[in-house]
Ligand binder design. Structure first.
Ligand SMILES: [Fe+2]
Ligand SMILES: [Fe+2]
Length: 313
């Protein structure tokens, strides 16, 4: 049977509500309570300069590698923009019923991430707290707007990928710090992001049953113009190159560890009942994945050549 009816945004929200309710229960049964304060080595902290007259921050206060500091800042600023993300999903998903319960629960969990990482960085003096605060002001003053903010399935596709992207980015940033305590904290945050990804991925899986062509269109569009949520951060392009060169988050990981596993779960290349636009969307998706594969390989070759040159010096 070919499903050709196009569901309105409201119809999609209504039809998916029972799936939200089921996955909310599932999420709550799997989510483990955890406490940010337990992950911060408070006794390492020292008073800073300013009103309390302590010591100013210095780059030598921490031995964390530069690129790990960059990644920590990008990850934290990304988490900091939570008020904008909340606004986007509360506007689209609503604040009532199971959708509303999820919106608030998700926001509460995400709120922990920024708190925990900021406390950690401040206490361990891992990054310049003045530069960090200025960057936060700039970044949050810009706000964040979802590229497909008024489309339910596009937004679900985006967050499915984005939650997994932040999971990988947090986890690899933790490893790059060479600091076991920081790694433990970011692994804990990454575990939250993984459950968020599963929640959204399950919703879009249900959408593939309900409206396969609309779901395929959403996925193809989102893969085509995917941007990390922190892409509005000042100097993001330069920072993301450094992060990619360090293998914390690069195109290969984006394609093979973020897009592919989620697409595989949706079994996109075996979905049936597509209309002409659904088929066209799937073809675009296949082309995009092939293009990304080539681009990722080119980047890896350049990175290898760069490493070889540096080894010779
Ligand atoms: Fe987060
Ligand atoms: Fe998350």
């Amino acid at each position: 049977m070919t499903v050709s009816t196009t569901l309105s945004q409201t119809a999609l929200l209504v039809e998916l509500e029972p799936v939200v309710a089921r996955n909310l229960d599932r999420h709550l049964s799997l989510a483990k309570e955890w406490f940010p304060h337990e992950y911060v080595p408070w006794s390492e902290g020292r008073t800073f300069d300013g009103p309390l007259g302590g010591e100013a921050w210095s780059p030598t206060d921490s031995t964390i590698p530069d690129v790990a500091r960059t990644a920590l800042i990008v990850n934290l600023l990304t988490e900091d923009n939570l008020p904008s993300y909340h606004h986007e999903i509360a506007t689209l998903f609503g604040r009532d019923g199971a959708w509303g319960t999820w919106v608030h629960r998700w926001t509460a969990e995400e709120g922990r991430h920024g708190v925990a990482i900021r406390d950690y960085l401040t206490v361990t003096r891992a990054v310049d707290p003045v530069a960090l605060e200025r960057a936060r002001m700039t970044h949050m003053s810009e706000g964040y707007t979802n590229a497909h903010g008024d489309e339910v399935l596009h937004s679900l596709a985006y967050v499915s990928f984005q939650e997994l992207a932040t999971r990988i980015s947090h986890r690899n940033t933790g490893k790059a710090t060479g600091d076991p305590a920081c790694e433990a904290l970011l692994a804990r945050v990454a575990a939250d992001e993984n459950l968020h990804m599963v929640f959204y991925r399950n919703l879009l899986a249900a959408a593939f049953e309900l409206a396969p062509s609309q779901a395929m269109r959403a996925v193809a569009d989102v893969v085509a113009d995917f941007q990390m949520p922190g892409s509005g951060i000042d100097g993001f392009a330069r920072k993301s190159v450094a992060i990619a060169l360090a293998g914390i988050y690069d195109l290969r990981q984006h394609r093979d560890e973020v897009l592919q596993p989620v697409l595989r779960q949706w079994d996109v290349f075996n979905v049936t009942g597509l209309n002409a636009d659904g088929e066209a969307a799937r073809e675009q998706l296949a082309t995009q994945l092939a293009d990304l594969d080539r681009a990722a390989s080119r980047f890896e070759e350049k990175r290898d050549a760069r490493a070889a040159r540096q080894a010779l010096r």
